[in-house]
Structure formats: C-alpha cells, structure tokens
Design a protein around this ligand. Structure first.
Ligand code: E4P
Length: 218
C-alpha cells in the first residue's frame, strides 16, 4: 500500500520521508492556507523532496479555467498530479489533462457513482473522503469497499486513494479492503506506531532490566 502525506508542511514531510514512509503528497487549498506559503513555492519544494506524485489542486470552477490552472500547476514539476473536484466541469478537465499526459487526482468524491465517472474520464487517482462521510453519519469505509469492487469488476486502472483519513483504524481498514493508496495527516501516520500494550510491555522490560544490574555492550 502506498502512503501519501496529506500536508504542505515541509518539515513534517521531510521527517516521514527520511523513514521511507512517503510515497507521495496531497495538498488542497486549506492545507496551503495552513502552511502560510505561496502555492507554487511550497509545491516546488515538496516536489524536490519527494519523487512520487504530489497533488496540487485547481481552484477554478469552469472546465477551461481548471485546465489552464492545471497546466500551470503541472509545469511546476514532472511529478505533479493535478487535483480537480468531482463536478461535471472537473470531469471535463480530468479528461483533457489526462489526454495531455498529466496525472489527475479527482477529489471530493462522496459516492460510488461519482467514482465510476472519474474512472471513465481517465483519472489517475480517485479520492473518496472517508472522514467527512463519517462526520455526517455515513459509512466512509463502505464507500472505499464499493469503489474497490466496482473498479475490480471492470478492470479500471484508476487508483483508489482513500482520503480524509482521521484515525489509525481508517488506515488498517483501507489496507484490508485493498485501497491502492491512503493519504493521511502526519499525526495519523505517527499514531500508527503506538499501542498501549507496547508502552506497558516496554515499561515492564525496562524495570526488570534495571533489576538485573546488567549492561549490554559494557
Ligand atoms: C485529500 O486529498 C484531502 O486533502 C484530505 O484528505 C481532506 O481531509 P479532511 O477531510 O481531513 O480535510
């Protein structure tokens, strides 16, 4: 399973990248705002750090404007995946940018029907938002399973990029379902290493070791 990091925070990306945890990065307008950086500048820096796909999102609403913005973003680096919203205009932009040879990530997907359209428009990635569905008492993980089944039924090559990940459980459930990629905030990836029984066991081993009076390696 590929791990993308959902942030525009260079220091956080660098730390995870050094551990081999970063196969790509996703950003969005809210994450650019949070970074306080210029979109072209911070996106270029991320692309220099990470070899895998780096999603940068258009903000226009009309297809022709999205295509223009998408070309501009794609010029930043060869590993840019242009992110377009799952609207009818977004699908038009997806088709045009894909035909030009760009990677396209279709974002803000909340239904299996939307995901089917994105695959038909040639999307490289479809981003179903798990956490935001859970927020309104719908089942985000069920959507990942539904899209996985539909894409497998017909051999669509669009990658299922599970997004809006809020918990460690979201990540492990996506891995069980067979999502191709997850994009998660750095804090969730860090939290994956934690377990209360690991902490408890370590405390016990440390205490028992102190009672042996021994040292390893002199
Ligand atoms: C995906 O690419 C989005 O940037 C992201 O996963 C949205 O997550 P949120 O719902 O936590 O904002």
């Amino acid at each position: 399973m590929r791990f993308f990091v959902d942030t525009a925070d260079i220091a956080a990306i660098r730390e995870l990248h050094e551990l081999g945890m970063v196969d790509g990065v996703t950003t969005n307008p809210s994450l650019i705002l949070k970074s306080g950086r210029d979109i072209a500048e911070v996106t270029r820096e991320i692309c220099e750090l990470v070899d895998g796909p780096v999603s940068a999102e258009v903000v226009a609403e009309a297809a022709e404007d999205m295509i223009r913005e998408g070309r501009h973003l794609a010029d930043i680096a060869p590993n840019i995946a242009v992110k377009v919203p799952l609207t009818w205009d977004g699908l038009k932009a997806c088709k045009a940018l894909t035909d030009e040879g760009h990677m396209v990530n279709v974002t803000l997907c909340f239904s299996a029907a939307q995901a089917l359209l994105a695959a038909k428009a040639g999307a490289t990635f479809i981003s179903p938002f798990i956490g935001r569905l859970d927020d309104v008492n719908l089942d985000g993980l069920q959507l990942i399973a539904d899209i996985r089944q539909i894409y497998d039924n017909y051999g669509y090559e669009t990658n299922v990029l599970a997004a809006s990940i809020r918990s460690v459980n979201h990540v492990s459930e996506c891995a069980k379902i067979g999502a191709d990629v997850i994009t998660a905030p750095p804090a969730v990836i860090h939290a994956m290493a934690s377990h209360p029984l690991t902490d408890k066991g370590l405390a016990q081993f440390t205490a028992d070791w102190a009672r042996t009076g021994q040292k390893i390696g002199g």
